[in-house]
Design a protein around this ligand. Structure first.
Ligand SMILES: Cc1ncc(C[n+]2csc(CCOP(=O)(O)OP(=O)(O)O)c2C)c(N)n1
Ligand SMILES: [Mg+2]
Length: 703
């Protein structure tokens, strides 16, 4: 629950306030003062009829908890200094009582002092919620919960059941029923974003950093339209999202009121499932299905339209329990044997790891497979994630996005094993030939059937969970390769390791020689090499570097799972937005967001959300005062304008954007990198700040 929009109950701040407050147990209720409000909860007990519906149940897992755990638990109700019937609650004593001396409800002291709620065991379903005795349907046995509560409370129950603790959104009148429920639940923190596309991007970042589903609530039709850029990115990047939007009351829609639109149709082409919930009874099952569809491979966004009446009306229907989602159909043994044979017979096999590897949790399996088979490794082009430790001796680097780059990357390879790769054309420039090389001998393995061999035909397309299938493939290699074949693989691995080491030496020399190269601004490659030592290993780099995006992939390390977050969609305005959710999902990891100036200027108000909710992201803007990529692409296209040195409407000058003023406007500190030697220290200092910081680097402009 968020009170006054200041974050969820359970924060350190609450702990201090509870220390200063007092819990009393008048009968079976508990009472405490938090953030200046008197909060009353019902503790698995009899239930006055005058209570509003959300009091009718408490989670079973809470029923036995001593009240001293309250800061991490659900509080069932909230009142401002009076009870539901208007009567005054007992006054709080003036003198604080120490936290540990708070009386325990039910008198039982549990050893368990965990700070989070255990989720119900699979199959227990709604036994998690026990009704108040007066409200139960089974003579008070308390085993089924048929509590009446509003639709919007069911919405929050669904989030809690999925372990989703952040909801990103931008509200309007049609979202007020949901907002009205926010103060009465403790599990979800609402993050206010000042544009719907920011909210969707933040949910994407949250999904990327937690592996959970990102949930976002948008305003009705035009609000959804605002968010579709990032829904597009999520769709191309296979990011599991439950995108919701408020809709007008079902009977009102006939009149086509202001802001109304057919949102189901709007969202359909970019989602796996798009649906308008018709009744409050249907809401729980619809939420359950939405989560299921979003996470089933290939993952992706789903959309639910939530009419106001659906959220405001009451239902007794229990929320369906989550279906345990265990997805591990390992590729068939016969197929794995054929793949193992193809690798054994190849001279220069290469492994390409795609986002499906990270999503299946398969980093270790990819490393073990590459080592066993002596295969050098590349990350897939235009990745959403990095899928192999970049500091591993077998790692060759990222894959370029255009035909020429791909030709170079795979020159001489006689077998490419692509695991968990999205097979889209990753670049935006067509040069008259297919991006993926005809004639390349490719084996596809992954859990997204549509992607397998989608563009270039291959030797084999094999359906299977990346993690499990790579582990099994390694097993087949170990069991079936001859000693000679294993020896050959080991020699290959050694040769690759030597190449990798030579490349790393070159990088270090570049970094050391940097500084001399500065012409019309700080050179970006050298800038990245210079800041690398300031980045702790756990750092999450969110990349929207656009013309410099490939350098971010290539010259920064992404050594552990989750180190890199990008988008496969290319709809600008995702980076800074995603970094909000990425940091909220993993507050323990330093988060550096690298954006082009043009990219950041899609939604500079992201910085306000970071400041308001105190989300300590370092925003590094690579300011070249231009849409540089468009100049480069103009040159590649060879049009009439660039032949005369003209690049119409690609400069962000006159006036130049004042990023220092922008930082000031949103209330965050500002730092500037004008020279390469300032870079490392500036980034280290920014990352060490407690809150968000905007760092502007004046980078080279030349094309
Ligand atoms: C929503 C959206 N609108 C427009 C574009 C077209 N576009 C692609 S790159 C780019 C410019 C990016 O400029 P900047 O972020 O400064 O990066 P730079 O090219 O300078 O490195 C634009 C406008 C896009 N990809 N997405
Ligand atoms: Mg730029």
């Amino acid at each position: 629950m968020s009170i006054d929009g200041n974050g969820p109950i359970g924060s350190e701040r609450d702990r201090k306030e509870v220390l200063a407050g007092r819990v009393a147990s008048p009968g079976t209720f508990f009472l405490l003062r938090l953030r200046g409000l008197d909060i009353v909860g019902l503790h698995n007990a009899s239930m006055p009829a005058s209570m509003p519906p959300w009091w009718h149940y408490v989670p079973r897992s809470m029923a036995d908890q001593p009240v001293r755990m309250l800061p991490s638990l659900s509080v069932s109700g909230l009142w401002r200094n009076r009870g539901p019937a208007g009567e005054a609650w007992p006054a709080f004593p003036r003198k604080p009582v120490p936290y540990k001396e708070l009386p325990l409800l039910g008198g039982r002291r549990k050893k368990n002092t965990a700070t989070s709620f255990p989720s119900p065991p699979a199959g227990e379903g709604n036994k998690e919620c026990v009704p108040a005795r007066g409200a139960s349907r089974d003579g008070g046995k308390g085993t089924i919960a048929l509590a009446r509560r509003r639709g919007r409370d069911v919405f929050f129950e669904a989030l809690r059941q999925e372990g989703v603790d952040h909801l990103f959104g931008n509200p309007g009148t049609t979202e007020l029923p949901l907002m009205d429920g926010l103060p009465f639940q403790t599990d979800v923190r609402y993050i206010l974003c000042l544009h719907e596309d920011v909210a969707v991007g933040a949910a994407m970042g949250y999904a990327a950093s937690t592996g959970k589903v990102g949930v976002v609530n948008l305003h009705v039709a035009p609000g959804l339209a605002h968010g579709l850029g990032n829904v597009y990115n999520a769709w191309r990047s296979h990011i599991p999202l439950v995108v919701t939007a408020g809709q007008h009351d079902t009977p009102f829609q006939f009149e086509e009121p202001i802001l109304w639109g057919d949102m189901v149709a709007m969202a359909r082409p970019l989602t796996k499932w798009s649906y308008e919930v018709r009744t409050t009874d249907e809401l729980g099952p619809a939420m359950q299905r939405a989560f299921k569809v979003a996470v089933t491979p290939p993952q992706g966004p789903v959309f639910l339209s939530l009419p106001r009446d659906v959220l405001l009306e009451e239902t007794e229907r229990p929320l369906p329990p989550p279906t345990p989602r265990y997805f591990a159909p390992v590729a068939q043994d016969d197929a794995l044997r054929q793949i193992a044979r193809l690798i054994a017979e190849a001279d220069r096999p290469v492994l390409v790891v795609g986002d499906g590897v990270s999503r299946s949790g398969g980093w270790d399996e990819a490393v073990a497979l590459a080592e066993a088979a002596g295969m050098p490794v590349r990350n897939e082009p235009l990745p959403h994630l990095f899928n192999f430790p970049t500091d591993h001796p077998l790692f060759l680097g990222p894959t370029p996005v255009n035909r020429r780059g791909i030709e170079g990357a795979f020159a001489g390879s006689d077998l490419v094993l692509m695991v968990g790769v999205s097979n889209q054309a990753p670049g935006a420039m067509y040069d008259g030939r297919p991006t993926w090389l005809e004639g390349l001998r490719v084996v596809y393995l992954g859990d997204a059937p549509w992607e397998l061999a989608k563009n270039a035909p291959g030797l084999m397309a094999v359906l299977g969970d990346p993690k499990g299938s790579m582990a099994a493939l390694r097993g087949v290699i170990a069991a079936t390769w001859s000693a000679e074949e294993k020896e050959r693989a080991a020699r290959r691995a050694e040769a690759v390791a030597r190449e990798t080491e030579a490349r790393r030496r070159e990088d270090r020399q570049l970094a050391a020689a940097a500084g001399r190269a500065e012409g019309d601004g700080v050179p970006v490659r050298e800038l990245l090499l210079a800041i690398q030592p300031a980045l702790p290993r756990e750092t999450v780099v969110v990349n929207e570097g656009v013309s410099n995006g490939f350098l971010v992939q290539r010259y920064l390390e992404h050594p552990v799972p989750g180190s890199y977050v990008g988008s496969r969609g290319g709809s600008l305005g995702y980076g800074a937005s995603m970094s909000l959710g990425a940091k909220l999902g993993r507050p323990d990891r330093p988060t550096l967001c690298i954006s082009g100036d043009g990219a950041l200027l899609y939604y500079p108000q992201v910085i306000w959300t970071a400041a308001h909710h105190r989300i300590p992201v370092t925003f590094l803007v690579l300011n070249n005062s231009s849409y540089r990529i468009l100049k480069l692409n103009f040159q590649a296209m060879g049009g009439d304008a660039p032949a005369r040195g003209l690049y119409p409407h690609t400069d962000i000058t006159d006036p130049a954007v004042d990023f220092a003023a922008l930082a000031r406007a949103f209330g965050v500190p500002y730092r500037r990198i004008e020279r390469l030697e300032e870079a490392q220290e500036t980034i280290a200092a920014a990352l060490a700040e407690e809150g968000p910081v905007l760092v502007e680097a004046l980078v080279e402009r030349s094309v």
